[in-house]
Design a protein around this ligand. Structure first.
Ligand SMILES: NC(=O)c1ccc[n+]([C@@H]2O[C@H](COP(=O)([O-])OP(=O)(O)OC[C@H]3O[C@@H](n4cnc5c(N)ncnc54)[C@H](OP(=O)(O)O)[C@@H]3O)[C@@H](O)[C@H]2O)c1
Length: 340
């Protein structure tokens, strides 16, 4: 019998999430039936969107999340022991995967078979070669549509999505301005090719943009929202394309939840109107049909040395909530994952 350790959401987070919003339990898995496999998580992903999930899922259920897993027991010839997959198992060490879920090869809601990574770490399937990588790739190229010589602004720029946006924009011949939350991360942004990088905690955003982008900004890849966007908006060029990828500065604020009426938008209507801005929100699932295209392209850029990746790996399944909470205080550089 395989025993799985499982993190349950047992209390609704109020504001900043806390470790005691979650409870670690042990569960015995049923025996592996015909067509089924038992998969052991190798890395569990922690992602900002889980803060929304913590509002949406029922209490006393397993916390949602994606993991890279190794098949350790198999009664399915398509998935022999030793196969690797990405699955939305939730925060669990071991999972019994039913035949039906093994039949869907989708990254979302199914079993995504790990392609050959040519020696790159498997954890990248949760980061640069997974959902965050494609978020940067499609969000930037399909929504911002940067042209050579244009100026791109990105915040959360040292994180999983942002650090790829910086580098893809540079590959497309743009001038890139990145904002992040520490001086160490500012140095990292310069290392990966940003033309200007600022610590938003110590530098006034408007003043920094005045100096770094006197020509104004053509593409704004927004991961933060709120006050940052309000202060950045006057620095947009006419016809600037804004990709609303995330709004992490608002995730712990219940009044900003989906469907709530907000009278405190960071967007000035007059600015949108007079600058003729195009503002588009997106969810990366939108490009599910082109999933492999993004991953293959990023993998090629990595193997050619054109894109660097970084991961913050927390050791130990016991620390999954800590790694998740750490996202909201900026503890990670690059993708945050937990090694089980
Ligand atoms: N639309 C989509 O399909 C999609 C998919 C994936 C991710 N996203 C969004 O993309 C954004 C980045 O996600 P990620 O996975 O790459 O996470 P990440 O950037 O690797 O980690 C989160 C980072 O957010 C920053 N942060 C936390 N609280 C903040 C605040 N109040 N103000 C400003 N920055 C704050 C921290 O960096 P600093 O040190 O720089 O503050 C932290 O390291 C998030 O908004 C996420 O929801 C959207």
């Amino acid at each position: 019998m395989v025993v799985s350790r499982v993190w349950y959401l047992t209390r609704r987070p109020e504001g900043f999430p806390r470790k005691d919003d979650f409870t670690l339990k042990e569960e015995q898995l049923p025996p592996c039936g015909d067509g089924e496999v038992i998969a052991a998580a190798e890395y569990v992903s922690v992602d900002p969107y889980l803060r929304y999930r913590a509002r949406q899922i029922e209490l006393d259920t397993v916390m949602t999340g994606t993991a890279v897993c190794r098949v350790i027991e198999s009664r399915n010839s398509e998935w022999p022991e030793g196969s690797y997959l990405v699955h939305n198992t939730g925060w669990r060490t071991h999972t019994l995967l039913k035949k039906e879920s093994l039949e869907s090869s989708s990254y979302f809601g199914g079993c995504f078979r790990l392609p050959d990574y040519h020696g790159l770490p498997r954890s990248l399937s949760l980061g640069a070669l997974g959902m965050p990588g494609n978020t940067a790739y499609f969000g930037l190229l399909e929504i911002c549509k940067p042209k050579e010589g244009e100026t791109v602004l990105v915040n959360c720029a040292a994180g999983a999505v942002g650090s790829l946006v910086v580098q893809i924009a540079k590959l497309k011949g743009c001038k890139v301005i990145g904002f992040t939350g520490s001086d160490e991360k500012v140095s990292y942004l310069m290392e990966i090719g940003a033309d200007h990088a600022f610590n938003y905690k110590t530098t006034p955003i408007g003043e920094a943009l005045e100096k770094a982008a006197p020509e104004k900004i053509n593409c704004y890849f927004d991961n933060v929202g709120g006050q940052f966007t309000a202060e950045a908006l006057p620095h947009m060029a006419d016809f600037c394309r804004i990709a609303v990828c995330g709004a992490i500065s608002t995730y712990n604020d219940e009044s900003k939840d989906i469907g709530k009426i907000s009278m405190t938008s960071p967007y000035s209507e007059a600015t949108i109107l007079w600058k003729q801005l195009r503002i588009e929100g997106f969810i990366v699932v939108h490009w599910q049909d082109r999933w492999t295209e993004g991953i293959e392209q990023i993998k090629q850029w990595i193997t050619e040395g054109k894109i660097k990746y970084r991961e913050t790996i927390t050791d130990g399944f016991d620390k999954v909530p800590d790694a998740f909470i750490g996202l909201f205080s900026g503890e990670n550089i690059g993708k945050a994952v937990v090694k089980v």
